[in-house]
Design a protein around this ligand. Structure first.
Ligand code: NDP
Length: 447
């Protein structure tokens, strides 16, 4: 009966959101793991909690006009989905990338509900962004776009209502421009309205590093439970942005050797270990392409086909670039090359078939919702510092982050065990995240 109920709701969701394949994929993945929960607690069926959860509380889409350096008026589309506020103000990043559409924003917002719940912090789920492409834009163009985007977004957000942060294409520069515009519109300094801010105006130490470091802390917990550690392991990390860079840095610090990373144009393979400062210099400081790495490290190889990065033999794979970057074929190659563990730093980087391939071949699998939750967890710590007008040291934030990642691991593994899926962290994370939000929704009535 539970299975039939969940299938019926899934059919309704796909019918109500036609063509939104990424959103359907995220919903399917979560729904499938909830069958034993619904079988054990029919109240969730009676309350129709799944259909309520899969329908955003609110979603806005808006015009973002801006003037480019040639004086031409450009138009982009902005989005904000306010998915669920049962546990706290909506919280989730903003993504600026040409592929952004309603389906991408909804898949990210839906996943965010469960991830934020897992952190144990009082935050609900939301997400936003625009199909604006920051690549090749001047600083002035980025600023004018961010200001125009905030002109509309400002009416929907606030420190107690909805608190956006960064994601792909949105780093501290973009957050700074958006914060400045919000402040001008509101005429007051509401530090807690955005997270990922500069340290000079309310940002938290450790936020920049949090998602990448948290990814590796989670991986270390997974390995520890299985009698091993990162020490001496060969690691491949996709991407070379915010999450990837700090995942590589922490993995190396914990004794692993990172041999490959990528960007949207290709990947580099450096058998002697990626020189992370060079990657940072090229990508963070010069907004350049990874292909430039080989000029400075001639022994490294550059390959234009970025998805081939998963052909490189490794013990640990950390996909940290984007959604669906590991399909079934790549997963099979990783398995054939005897990968021991996969930790999802990016959101939904593995297809459903890829996840199944890992799990059915005994590969330890850490799902995005749990693995990359360190970023939003430290964002919540930034909100706490803002409301108390304090700032904590890097060590204090980093220590809290480690504790949070450990707790997420323990809660996920325990939930999997309780509901008959021992060792299945993907199911455990979904279940642990779901229970808290579902119970909060029931307590708050049908609203
Ligand atoms: P960034 O924009 O900083 O970096 C993204 C990186 O991925 C860039 O190196 C980009 O290359 C690369 N990339 C994009 N598409 C592809 C592709 N198809 N193949 C290979 N590389 C690709 O984003 P973040 O690091 O912030 O985000 C990465 C992922 O982590 C996303 O899924 C995001 O949702 C998730 N995440 C981020 C959090 C955060 O705190 N930032 C928190 C939780 C999850 P290029 O330079 O060519 O664009």
């Amino acid at each position: 009966m539970a299975e039939q109920h969940i299938e019926d709701v899934y059919q309704k969701v796909t019918h109500r959101n036609p063509g939104e394949t990424e959103f359907h994929q995220a919903v399917r993945e979560i729904f499938d793991s909830l069958v034993p929960v619904f079988a054990a607690h029919p109240i969730y069926m009676h309350e129709n909690i799944l259909e309520r959860m899969a329908e955003p509380e609110r979603m806005v889409s808006f015009r973002v006009p801006w003037v480019d350096d040639q004086g031409h008026v450009q138009v982009n589309r902005g989005f904000r989905v306010q998915f669920n506020s049962a546990a706290g103000p909506y919280k989730g990043g903003l993504r600026f990338h040409p592929t952004v559409n309603a389906s991408i924003i909804k898949f990210l917002g839906f996943e965010q509900i469960f991830k934020n719940s897992l952190t144990g912090q009082p935050i609900g789920g939301g997400k936003g962004g625009s199909d604006f492409d920051p690549k090749g834009k001047s600083n002035g163009e980025i600023m004018r776009f961010c200001q125009s985007f905030m002109n509309e977004l400002a009416r929907h957000i606030g420190p107690n209502a909805d608190v956006p942060a960064g994601d792909i294409g949105v780093g501290s520069r973009e957050i700074g421009y958006m914060f400045g515009q919000y402040k001008k519109i509101r005429g007051g300094f509401e530090a807690g309205v955005l997270t990922g801010k500069g340290l000079e105006f309310g940002g938290s130490l450790g936020r920049t590093e949090a998602t990448g470091y948290g990814t590796v802390y989670f991986m270390e917990e997974m390995l520890k439970e299985n009698g091993t550690s990162l020490q001496g392991q060969t690691v491949v990390v996709s991407g070379s942005g915010n999450v990837s860079i700090y995942a590589m840095q922490k993995a190396e610090e914990l004794g692993a050797q990172v041999v490959a990373c990528s960007d949207s144009s290709g990947y580099i393979y450096d058998r002697t270990g990626i020189h992370i400062p060079t990657v940072r210099e090229i990508k963070e400081e010069q907004s350049g392409r990874l292909s430039e790495y080989v000029a400075r490290h001639p022994d490294a190889e550059y390959n234009k086909n970025g998805s081939d990065i998963w052909c490189i033999p490794c013990d640990i794979a950390l996909p940290c670039a984007t959604q669906n970057e590991i399909d079934e074929t790549s997963a099979k190659v990783l398995v054939a090359n005897e990968v021991k563990a996969v930790g999802e730093g990016a959101n939904m980087p593995s297809s459903l078939k890829a996840i199944h391939t890992f799990q059915s071949n005994g590969v330890l699998f850490g799902p995005a919702k749990a693995v990359n939750a360190g970023g939003v967890a430290v964002s919540a710590l930034e909100m706490a510092q803002n409301s108390s007008r304090l700032s904590w040291s890097f060590e204090e934030v980093d220590h809290k982050l480690q504790q949070i990642m450990k707790t997420i691991y323990e809660n996920s593994i325990r939930a999997a065990e309780t509901y008959g899926r021992p060792g299945d962290l993907a199911a455990g994370a979904n279940i642990a995240g779901f229970l808290k939000v579902a119970d909060a929704m029931i307590d708050q009535g049908v609203i």
